[in-house]
Design a protein around this ligand. Structure first.
Ligand code: 3HC
Ligand code: NAI
Length: 702
């Protein structure tokens, strides 16, 4: 038996009916799949020769969940739901899991009477990550199967759980080796339990609450800071709570009701957008299909400073041996000490075992000679931000590196083409821009130089995935995509002080908006001297450069941020909490008066828009210059590089929510008021004229 469009088939293997879902690439529950499963279960039950059934996925995975593209389309709810029908089946069904059983995938597996998986499989209910809750019975069955506390942890984190751990929790009944024959093992399992009665139905179990404190209130408190402005986490908690209070059927109704509140929420729309934006970022229109991707098995990093050390850790964390080259043995030893200390902090926090730390350290190898790194598949340069130093390094890399090695620079703002010119193979050179701390921040900005081969760009993107980063590509310009689009925000926040705003007000607005920290506190953390040096360099090069005298003065007073105990804020010894400082308030007042300004009040709305609109305008210029492929790549960079709240989708998605016309009108008004720095980009004007959204902006760029 096969469903209409071949998405689901039922085949008999002796007395076992095998239901195979075949909807590449990940067997999402797209239209036709649930119908196919229902028909197959009915057919299996109706066939006297079938004693038990197996539910399995074709290709690389079990079922990865509902088809996310279908949400919000107003499709009618089916009267019969697959997880209920599987559970109600008169003949036992065994879910056979490889790859991923996520969301609706795991929910269907929970509807089955038994679950078997290969060791490499992962299971989870990640709906919260797209602003939803498990709406296919998951919030009612999982607490019944493994207890409310564990279920709450899994549903509220959305974590993918490896098979062995899932077996320990009680989600899986059996795990076979990763290279085992899953279908064969599942059929054998089904034959073994074919006659066991009564059937084990999770919906018939009870979700008993442990004695002690209220686990739901505790969870709310645990997530309060991270989940501010969001509703899905709280609906997830409410749904699991319902499993402990209501009979199963009523719990399902409550789950459906809570799901209904989320499906069309702004939060879910933004998170679903971010999910697809991340995948879209992998598609590079100027890289021909079939472009070979180079294999990366060994790596080298030049420079073991702040960034080089963090980058080397990324390779070690991914299990890739990495050689680290420094100018001197002393610098090398210092760099390794810093790496070891970083790992030790993770061990202390309990996020890494001491054993894993030693395994990672063992993958790191010290080097002081270029000849030792020549055979590595990739080299990432992270030396001082000076063109002459970078060029000298690339000259050496050109001399020693094997022909097909990727030659990448972590420069923040230097011209990749000029760096590439130091080699005889500029087509092999590109940018791999990490964000600080490199071992933590997920963004990898992949920069294409004028001569960079598509194969090198595509391979650098793949390298990003390999080391668990979120890679996104862009062209070569001062600051590349991420920092260039962020630069006006960084200026505007200081310029607002000249008009009477205070750092603590700005920080509060941005934290309330959803950033983990305010921008002034971030500046204090990163060190204010870095921006100071950059401003001096730019002011020397450009007589029209908009100076930031208040920020400069602060640094000249020796206030570099946390490292000197004071910056925009002051800090108590050993404490990272920022405290407003009257010294700064006085400085702002005095200097703004010297500039001829009369301090005025700011609304929160103005602060937010002044910061973000300045960057939206710059992003439009970047799109127009074809430095960015599409607005969603800007969003990925802001989400993963700058901590923009994911549930707002990203800078450009957020701006779309306000409407292109309104954004344009405000920018045009500020252009009148403040002059050239607010001149609307030509693309922004065209978007407004043609009523085109930011997300579609690339369609107007020829
Ligand atoms: N719906 C629609 N498309 C999906 C999808 C889904 N659930 N899961 C993956 N895809 C698509 C991707 O967009 C991508 O398409 P593309 O090739 O056109 O870009 C393709 O499948 C392959 O996906 P990935 O590139 O992400 O492949 P990976 O191997 O890196 O990752 C994965 C696989 C871990 C399954 C990852 O795709 C993933 O996390 N998917 C989403 C899982 C999820 O959130 N499930 C819950 C859905 S909500 C739900 O079930 C509601 C229910 O409770 C009612
Ligand atoms: P850093 O000063 O901490 O480290 C630079 C290291 O390079 C030093 O250890 C130095 O000894 C070594 N070095 C210098 N010349 C060398 C040479 N010829 N051969 C081998 N090693 C050499 O600097 P940091 O902050 O790590 O920056 C490195 C690069 O990363 C720069 O290009 C910077 O712009 C970029 N970057 C920095 C970020 C940050 O937040 N610090 C963020 C993203 C990129």
């Amino acid at each position: 038996m096969t469903s209409e469009d071949n998405l689901v088939r039922l085949e008999k293997h002796g007395a076992v009916g095998v239901i195979t879902v075949d909807n590449p690439p990940v067997n999402a529950l797209s239209p036709g799949v649930p119908e196919g499963i229902l028909a197959a279960v009915d057919a299996g039950n109706a066939d006297p020769a079938v004693k038990a059934m197996v539910l399995i996925g074709a290709g690389r995975s079990f079922i990865a969940g509902a088809d996310i593209r279908q949400f919000g389309k107003g499709r009618p709810r089916p009267s019969r739901r697959t997880h209920d029908v599987l559970e109600a089946s008169g003949k036992p069904v065994v879910a056979a899991i490889h790859g991923f059983a996520l969301g609706g995938g795991l929910e269907n597996a929970l509807g089955c009477h038994y679950r078997i998986a290969v060791a490499s499989a992962k299971v989870g209910l990640p709906e919260i990550l797209i602003g939803l809750l498990p709406g296919g019975g998951g919030t009612q069955r999982l607490p019944r199967l493994i207890g409310p506390q564990l279920a709450l942890d899994l549903i509220v984190s959305g974590r993918h759980v490896p098979a062995d751990e899932a077996k320990d929790m009680g989600i899986l009944d059996r795990v076979i080796p990763a290279d085992g024959d899953l279908l064969k093992a599942a059929i054998a399992f089904a034959e073994e339990i074919a006659d066991v009665r009564p059937l084990r139905r999770v919906g018939e179990m009870t979700a008993a609450l442990p004695d002690g404190p209220d686990i739901f209130e505790a969870k709310k408190q645990e997530i309060a800071r991270k989940a501010r402005n969001q509703i899905a986490p709280y609906n997830c908690i409410a749904a699991v709570k319902a499993a402990t209070e209501l009979p199963f059927a009523e719990g399902l109704l409550r789950e459906r009701e809570l799901f209904g509140e989320l499906e069309n929420s702004d939060e879910s729309k933004a998170l679903r957008y971010a999910f697809f934006a991340e995948r879209e970022a992998q598609k590079l229109p100027d890289v021909p299909k079939g472009t070979p991707i180079r294999k990366i098995e060994t790596a080298a990093v030049v420079g073991a400073g702040t960034m080089g050390g963090g980058i080397a850790m990324c390779f070690a964390d991914a299990g890739i041996p990495v050689k680290v080259l420094e100018a001197s043995q002393e610098a090398l030893d210092k760099g390794f000490e810093r790496i070891r200390n970083n790992y030790a902090v993770s061990v202390k926090r309990g996020s890494l075992t001491a054993e894993a730390m030693e395994e990672r350290m063992a993958l790191l190898e010290k080097s002081t000679s270029y000849d030792e790194i020549g055979q590595c598949d990739v080299v990432i340069e992270a030396v001082f931000e000076e063109m002459s130093v970078k060029q000298a390094v690339f000259k050496e890399l050109d001399r020693v590196m094997k022909p097909d090695a990727l030659l990448l620079s972590n420069t923040s703002a230097l011209d990749i083409d000029q760096i590439a010119e130091a080699t005889s193979r500029p087509e092999e050179v590109g940018g791999a821009h990490f964000f600080s701390p490199a071992n933590v921040m997920k963004l990898l900005e992949v920069v294409k130089g004028a001569k960079t081969k598509p194969e090198v760009t595509a391979s650098t993107m793949a390298l990003g995935k390999l080391i668990a980063k979120a890679p996104a590509a862009c062209g070569n310009c001062d600051g590349f995509l991420a920092n260039r689009s962020r630069a006006p925000f960084n200026s505007e926040m200081v310029i607002m002080l000249e008009e009477g705003c205070m750092p603590e007000q700005v920080d509060k607005v941005m934290v309330d908006f959803g950033y983990p920290m305010g921008p002034f506190a971030v500046g204090d953390l990163a060190g204010l001297d870095i921006g100071y040096a950059g401003r001096k360099r730019r002011a020397e090069a450009d007589p029209n450069y908009r100076k930031l005298p208040i920020a400069d003065k602060l640094v000249e007073m020796g206030r570099y941020g946390q490292k000197t105990g004071a910056g925009w804020f002051k800090y108590e010894k050993g404490d990272r909490t920022p405290h407003p400082d009257p010294v700064v308030a006085d400085l702002i007042k005095t200097m703004s008066e010297e500039m001829g300004n009369t301090p005025r009040p700011f609304t929160d709305d103005e602060i937010l828009k002044r910061l973000l609109f300045s960057s939206v305008n710059e992003a439009c210029k970047i799109l127009e210059e074809k430095i960015a492929y599409r607005a969603s790549d800007v969003d990925i960079m802001w989400l993963y590089g700058f901590g923009f709240p994911r549930y707002r989708g990203g800078l450009m998605f957020w701006a779309d929510g306000l409407g292109v016309q309104d954004v344009y009108n405000q920018i045009a008004a500020w252009h009148q008021q403040y002059g050239e720095r607010w001149a609307p980009s030509a693309l922004l004007r065209r978007l407004a004229d043609t009523k085109t959204s930011f997300r579609e902006a690339h369609t107007l760029v020829k």
